[in-house]
Design a protein around this ligand. Structure first.
Ligand code: IMP
Ligand code: MG
Length: 178
């Protein structure tokens, strides 16, 4: 797998430090709120697992899987729920944990959908952000890294379902796509 990587953008150590930093900030913000941490599958599986272990407060976790209608590399403004939450979020403080915010279409749509269920609050935590590519009007409350406008893989992020298990984040060699 390593042979497919052109360059490393974020090392495992940089990610670990950032996740710890985010977890401590979130824990301070959500102390006594018993938030529902929503892991958006599959990309934020690893991030959520690590982030939660850096949040020294009571919290609950639930999972959601959505797919965005759209062609190939870009998402549209509509999402389809593939797996819904198990819990009722009415009156609860919600923290959506996402791997990467690109156009923002997926999260913007998801946020509207969850807002309709009357939670007490909704915030978004994304490990990576590509603000240059934003289309939807959405601003995450917690951001790990601003990243270059390149397709990155690793630490949960995939290309064709591969590379999620890399402990670092990198850019693929162009020949991998062809
Ligand atoms: P958005 O709706 O355009 O913001 O799309 C966000 C989703 O696209 C993310 O949750 C990822 O699943 C995927 N995505 C966007 N950029 C990348 C990338 O650089 N690598 C891997 N997946 C990406
Ligand atoms: Mg994703």
């Amino acid at each position: 797998m390593l042979n497919d990587i052109e360059s490393i953008c974020f090392t495992a150590e940089q990610i670990e430090n950032k996740v710890k930093e985010l977890g401590e900030i979130i824990a301070a913000d959500y102390a006594d709120k018993n938030p529902v941490v929503i892991c958006i599958l599959k990309g934020s599986l690893i991030f959520t697992a690590d982030l939660m272990r850096c949040m020294d407060i009571p919290c609950q976790v639930d999972f959601m899987s959505v797919s965005s209608y759209g062609s190939g590399t870009s998402s549209s403004g509509r999402v389809k729920i593939k797996k819904d939450l198990d819990c009722d979020i009415a009156g609860r403080h919600i923290l959506i944990v996402e791997d990467i915010l690109d156009s923002g279409n997926t999260l913007s749509c998801l946020k509207n959908l969850l807002s309709a269920r009357n939670p007490a609050s909704i915030s978004i935590c994304t490990l990576f952000d590509k603000p240059a590519r934003r289309v939807a009007d959405i601003t995450p409350e917690y951001v790990g890294f601003i990243c270059p406008d390149a397709f990155i893989v690793g630490y949960g992020l995939d290309y064709a379902e591969k590379y999620r298990n890399l402990p670092f984040v990198g850019i693929l060699k162009p020949e991998v796509y062809s």
